[in-house]
Design a protein around this ligand. Structure first.
Ligand code: FAD
Length: 435
């Protein structure tokens, strides 16, 4: 064995960066192994990085609300500067349009419990606050080649507005910032190194083997490999005990010119979660907007076997579908001929909730199943994993007696058992990227 560590983190995405940072702050000798050439070049680089709070569980809402406070005070969270510059949180607000799968009453009840600020908007408020919006309901979403897509709507739509929502301007830079902070706390980053084997001895983790034949010895290994997480779990031989599986899903996000008035008077327009038509919309730099999808039932899902084989280019068909839907909502939006955008891969869990947990292999932990909706929670995920590693390695039985984390900013208690690999399948989640 050439290197030894107290903990190895597989993957230098937003999750791996945050986990490494928090473990290094505990005083552990941390090594991060990343097969790419820089931090944040995996699925994090394609992220829309929207910060919002409407999850279907109380612990999901409490996590995102606490994490928002970390993004707002990013340099304090990191505790250091970064020669690459710092990512920044842009507060724009976000409106979640009412649909049967985004029930307003449930969100309000959870927001009240957690302390999330909100406003209820009717169709008139929507029209007043978002120039050019079509405030009618088209539910359920339809394919754009279905005649019914263009049928008139007969009733109006409202929604739940989160004034504190927004986005992080550069998700890749945010991952770099966490790695820089981890390095300042003593962590080592190994780039262009691929983990090919999880070494085990005496029924527990003993380290990892890399594709160049190097070995790193460590009693703790954390799988933060994003859409590659299933591959790493298979190397460790874990998964049989999981009640929740994970699978890579290819997704596209498209860029078009913002419609007139969307970004008015120097202020960026609010994000729109439009599950009524099957899209989400976010302001972007240079008076652009980003348009993503919300997995409407009428669309095929692009499940893939190997994230390395995923088509990295956007496709004309997905571009047309998502931008046409956005143009139905924002009536002055143009649909350009040439597709522009990014393609990325989600690490989707069966119930679209993440898995932050130990496993039945002693010393092997997972921060996986982030389902296209966990970028925002990364600052806390590092703290969750640090709490788990510290307590479980000291002998605590997290499966029997789930650990709790108390938010430094909000004081909210978060039950880490909610993210268990052995939780009952949660049939009440949105069943899509909303989580
Ligand atoms: C298109 C898109 C839009 C999204 N939008 C949002 C959003 O608006 N809001 C939100 O909260 N979330 C969003 N997400 C989700 C969020 O971005 C992800 O949950 C998050 O970035 C995942 O980070 P990660 O560190 O787990 O994975 P990654 O960033 O993929 O990092 C995993 C790393 O592991 C490395 N790796 C893999 N295998 C190995 C190996 N064998 N050896 C060494 N290294 C390895 C990879 O190279 C990679 O760098 C979006 C995701 C996508 C794809």
């Amino acid at each position: 064995m050439s290197l030894t560590a107290d903990a190895i983190v597989v993957g230098a995405g937003i999750m791996g960066g945050s986990i490494a940072f928090e473990l290094a702050k505990l005083g552990l000798v941390v090594v991060v192994v990343e097969k790419g050439g820089a931090p944040g070049h995996g699925s994090t680089s394609a992220s829309s990085a929207i910060i919002r709070f409407n999850y279907s569980t109380r612990d999901g809402v409490a996590t995102s609300w606490e994490a928002k406070h970390c993004w707002e005070a990013w340099s304090e969270h990191l505790g250091c500067a970064d020669e690459y510059g710092l990512a920044s949180f842009q507060q724009t607000g976000m409106i979640v349009l009412d649909t049967p799968i985004t029930p307003r009453e449930r969100a309000i009840a959870l927001f009240e419990q957690v302390g999330v600020t909100y406003e209820e908007w009717d169709a008139a408020s929507l029209r007043a606050r978002i120039p050019g919006i079509d405030a009618r309901s088209y539910w359920p979403p339809k394919r754009i080649d279905d005649d019914a897509f263009f049928h008139d709507a007969d009733h109006e739509i409202g929604g739940l507005f989160m004034p504190d929502a927004g986005f992080v301007n550069d998700p890749q830079l945010a991952a770099q910032n966490l790695i820089t902070a981890a390095q300042r706390s003593g962590a080592t980053l190994l780039l262009n190194r691929t983990v090919t084997k999880i070494i085990q001895r005496d029924e527990r983790v003993a380290g990892v083997e890399l594709s160049n034949g190097e070995e790193i010895e460590s009693p703790v290994v954390i799988n933060a490999a994003g859409p590659w997480s299933g591959q790493i779990n298979r190397m460790a031989g874990v998964g049989a005990e999981f009640t929740i599986g994970v699978r890579p899903l290819r997704q596209e996000v498209h860029y078009v010119q913002a419609p007139p008035g969307f970004n008015a008077d120097g202020a960026l327009g609010p994000s729109i979660a439009d599950l009524d038509l099957g899209t989400y919309i976010r302001a972007a730099a240079d008076d652009k907007i980003m348009i993503g999808g919300t997995e409407p039932e009428c669309d095929p899902l692009d499940w893939i076997e190997d994230p390395d084989e995923s088509n990295p280019s956007v496709t004309a068909s997905c571009f047309e579908r998502q931008v046409t839907r956005a143009a139905r909502r924002l009536s002055t939006l143009g649909v350009p001929i040439t597709p522009k955008g990014v393609a990325g891969v989600y690490d989707v869990s069966d119930d679209w909730q993440p898995i932050y947990d130990r496993t039945d292999l002693a010393g092997f932990y997972v921060a996986i199943g982030t389902s296209g909706n966990q970028f925002k929670n990364a600052p806390l995920v590092g703290r969750f994993l640090a709490t788990l590693v510290e307590s479980v390695e000291a002998g605590h039985d997290h499966d029997e007696e789930p650990l709790h984390y108390v938010g430094e900013h909000t004081g909210n208690e978060i039950n880490l058992g909610a993210f268990s690999r052995k939780r009952p399948f949660n049939a009440t989640t949105s069943g899509n990227v909303m989580g």
